[in-house]
Design a protein around this ligand. Sequence first.
Ligand code: IMP
Ligand code: MG
Length: 173
Amino acid sequence: MKKLLTKEEIAEAVAGIGRKITADFAGESVVLIGVLKGACMFLSDLARQIELNATFDFIAVRSYGLKKETGGEVQLIKDVTSPLRDQNVILVEDILDTGLTLKFLKKHMQSHQPRAFKIATLLDKPSRRVAPVEADYVGFRIADEFVVGYGLDYAERYRNLPDICVLEEAHEE
Ligand code: IMP
Ligand code: MG
């Protein structure tokens, strides 16, 4: 598989996002909410680059559609377990693609009435956007290619690759 982003490039981008969050919320605490399962690597590395009081929580969604596409419908399958009211919430996502997942999650998170709400995404594919959602912190803007590794999967595989790779055409359906 062709490497798109090496683990060194990823580490550098994650450190940069960590510095920005540390500066933006100086003197405050943050709640990092990872979107399972894809964001687990990003969240664990990002958390260690944030020099603030930080807590974690996780949320899980299911989207319907083709294997490589987000369907129009997004369903919450696991909510956060901690109260978010008046907290500085940072939603941590692996990739922002059509935006349908984050549009749904943004609305859901806002119903918890946080003090601040920000989105951190490691990857952004702006050319694929259907819903008008933008992230506050972006690691890399990438072209419209299907990528795996560093938490990102294809049919649950490849999440454990340390680099981010482009999935070969042979896997296309
Ligand atoms: P969105 O709702 O289309 O923005 O989809 C976001 C979700 O689709 C991500 O959380 C991923 O689970 C999945 N996804 C989108 N593009 C890719 C990709 O290139 N590789 C792996 N998963 C992807
Ligand atoms: Mg995901």
